[in-house]
Write a protein that binds this ligand. Sequence first.
Ligand SMILES: [Cu+2]
Length: 272
Amino acid sequence: MRTDTTMTSRRDDMKRGSRIFKPLLASWSVASRIVAAVGFIGGTSAFGYQETAVSDPGTVVGRVSFQGKLPEPQHFPVQKNPEVCGKEFDFAFVRAVSGALQDVAVVLEGVEQGKPFVALPTEIVAKGCAFLPYVATTAKKGAQGWPTFKIENKDPVMHNPHIYEVMGAGRRTLWNVGLPEQGSKIEKELRVLKGKVIKIECDQHDFMHSWVRLVDNPYFAMVGRDGSFKMDGVPPGRYKLVAWHPTLGEQTREVVVTSSGTTTADVTFPAK
Ligand SMILES: [Cu+2]
């Protein structure tokens, strides 16, 4: 869970860069509390993952960095609700802090058995005319069924979350629902069929963007503010590590996890 101290420095950081998160900072601690709650998926996954005792598990650690020139935030004139959203909105699709790339989900693919599958629930809030968090992870269907997905409107204006399942270059609508007023919310099962990524947009405000990366085993992590990540309890073996960013794409590498060992897997995303 992020601390207030962390958020203070994050705020300073944002001042130097885009104003994307300015209207959102007040709500960040709320969002952090929401995503910090954990849901237990447990048992045998419909996708084949099996929980089992892991003897002499290993650990994978690493740091994700960004190399090159950061793209400029995208500028959006605000057509609707400027009294709440501001007259203009600059959205930074790529954010880095002292070279550490933010908003990256790291997953180990192809792990078929291991520690209990505990995953973050997917709860998004629309606050300050942005969806928070910007990038999250959620589990695909587990032993207890489809994961629950919740979106709540915290603003005194209408937001219309449009949720897509991304499949290659295509995408299909999962939900398209108006949340007309502050406190409006929707919560139901997220039935993702093939995609690895969910994209959330607002049909009222074209500068609102959020992504959710789906995982089918418990070996995943969101990078911290310093770009670091850690996955523990990993059965020894050879795996494909995938670092995913919503607009920079994927960087992959092979990792070998040894008994009770720590494997370091640093990843660099070059500028596009
Ligand atoms: Cu909106």
